[in-house]
Design a protein around this ligand. Structure first.
Ligand SMILES: [Zn+2]
Length: 118
């Protein structure tokens, strides 16, 4: 078992800053049309484990397909640091683990997620 930690995260230009508190052992690699292109490694957390510290004004919302998820990205540097969605009335945040400070993504157990089929 790992431990729950609070990680700081940011986009490339630094306008988007956030914190996420989670026990991150696994990452998902998704093959959907957007994740396949951006190549991110993700983890989903409850929205109360995520705090957006800055960047609300520079985040651009993007939706496609079933529009269940908000694929937001920084309007200045284009980095897709997180996205939001709701499932069964619960707000969730999907975090791009590559945007977190002090997390060795190469040490994570990466599981393939078949987002293409959704
Ligand atoms: Zn940025």
């Amino acid at each position: 078992m790992g431990e729950t930690k609070t990680y700081s995260g940011s986009c490339h230009c630094g306008k988007t800053r956030f914190e996420v508190t989670a026990d991150i052992q696994k990452a998902s690699s998704c093959n959907c049309s957007i994740c396949g292109r951006t190549g991110w490694l993700m983890a989903s957390v409850p929205s109360d484990a995520f705090t957006l510290l800055s960047g609300t004004e520079t985040q651009v919302d993007y939706q496609f397909g079933s529009k269940t998820m908000h694929h937001s990205f920084c309007g200045t540097c284009g980095i897709r640091a997180f996205g939001t969605y709701a499932v069964d009335g619960q707000e969730k945040v999907v975090v791009n683990l590559r945007c977190l400070d002090g997390l060795d993504v190469d040490a994570l157990d990466v599981q393939k997620f078949d987002g293409k089929s959704y």
